[in-house]
Design a protein around this ligand. Sequence first.
Ligand code: ADP
Ligand code: MG
Length: 639
Amino acid sequence: MRKKEMEQKQFQAESKRLLDMMIHSIYTHKEIFLRELISNASDAIDKLYFRSLTDDRVGMNKSDFKICLAIDKEARTLTITDNGIGMTKDEMEEHLGTIANSGSLQFKKENSLSEDSQIIGQFGVGFYSAFMVAKRVTVKSLAFGETQAYQWQSEGAEGYTVDTCEKDSVGTEIILELLDDVEGDADGNGAENYSEFLDQYRIQSLVKRYSDYIRFPIVMDMTKSRKKEDSDEYEDYIETVTLNSMVPLWHKNKSEITEEEYNSFYKDKCGDYTDPLCHMHVRNEGTITYDALMYVPSHAPFNYYSKDYEKGLQLYANGVLIMERCEDLLPDYFSFVKGLVDSEDLSLNISREMLQHDAQLRLIGRSIERTIKNELQRMMKNDREKYEQFYHSFGLQLKYGIYQDYGMHKELLQDLLLFPSSHENGKLTSLKEYIDRMPEGQDKIYYATGESIARIELLPQTEQVKDKGYEILYFTENVDEFAIRMMQSYQDKAFQSVLDSKLDLESEEEKKALEEKQESSKDMLEAMQKALEGKVGSVKLSGRLKNHPVCLSNEGDLSMEMAKTLNAMPGAEGQQLQAQTVLEINPEHAIYKTLMELQKSDPEKLEEYAKLLYDQALLIAGMPIADPVAFSNRICKLM
Ligand code: ADP
Ligand code: MG
């Protein structure tokens, strides 16, 4: 007999690692493999069904489509069969042999995430879950439009084979040879039961639990028992049972859907292994009728803040999936939302191009936007902890949203913002809460920018504002100040940076005294300004410093932090922006006297001091100094 030579192909290296990770880190939920395989079968049927609407060659009616489950106890196999679109040889290799688009592992390496399960949650690895229960998986498939069927087979991480096979009807058959049960130690530790998946009632209940809403029948031949006619004896007979109710989850009554069903649906549809933060299930019956079922994930997908991330909701027209990812339904600032929209009012014949410009879609989009906003606002009000978890993942996107389109969406988004503040050691506060706490006499919303809360709290400029009893918002992200400048004000209160040179918090007397002192220090200040030509716009005496000798403040519209951000952007190398700054000197500090004396006795030294103080002020502000070597030499000289 000729031994058949078949080439054993390797999984892509990263697929292999993922497979290991998955089998070992989420095995407690091994039963979900069934949900995943049924979901794939349903997707494949969706594709062929959609095709059948425009292509007579399919030759099938909606009622012909089904998913069959079959148990063979002797062979220890569970088989899942569908009459969906099938896979060509290439598709098998591409979809089952590698993990499509998985930049995730690369990402993991770069960011050294420790939790394996975390990364698994980032994208769909549905098919691979079969290896959590099977020692060998065989996939036989005949793709629509092809004449030759192919068989893919794998025993897990080692690799897979692809070969031709016999299969007459279009669709896919997946045969799982279940793993052997493991007994475990005396206490049952380490025991694993795989035989449960050969139990028809167990399978029935798993389908009911995880896949009830699948819109095509999931059928199984079940062995049942009945009393023989005219006898007391029982006999077995086979009955083909439809296991699922087929009502799409979003068409069910909210009161009939459990939290678990909502969550399991999400995990299945959106390829996430962790429960979502919340769901939104709405039926709209205004100008346009639609059902929407949407979710906010509990964490940002690994590629969320990159251009690889694709937003969108699934779009169904009267229960038929017509678009996997409809971008027009979601504004960018809510791009994290996942889920679907199903509308009876959309026509199936609409081409994709037309859909994109369809007024109906825009209507739905606008209405959905309100739903999402209201849900987030409700969460902020009723479950602050959860909202902060949300904000931690997606708050940045909301801020970009404010900045985008020249602040067009600020009304919609401003009440969803949170910032750390000086009120309770950097705890997050909303703008509304800030306003509600404002003492009499405060008419601006104060903020300070810096790398971190700790850095900001050290800024000399914050002292005077805090002493007045005014709260300060801490802006630690680059986009913060840009977004807030776009907003300009909130509830008629203007935003004011405490790093600005014109804070104007002194009393009339204080101002007058300062002016006089300024006048009498004119020569010294001018000499310093000359020494710092091109670096600062002016050198002034400060009315707000307490313990610090100097600080840098801003003059004009462009702040130092903004200039830093803009200068760091790609393409900015050639045209570095410079913020207008003021070097403020504390007239109550000993250094003031020294400077005044030097101006008379040693003008050259005053110049050195000016440069030194300027660099110090830069350091305090968290800005880079131009020439660190010169700075340290100057210090040494003084020592
Ligand atoms: P996902 O479903 O998120 O795409 P899976 O790992 O579950 O990821 O499936 C990978 C791919 O394999 C699917 O996208 C599909 O192209 C293909 N596939 C899996 N099962 C089937 C099936 N029963 N019929 C046709 N194609 C399938
Ligand atoms: Mg899948």
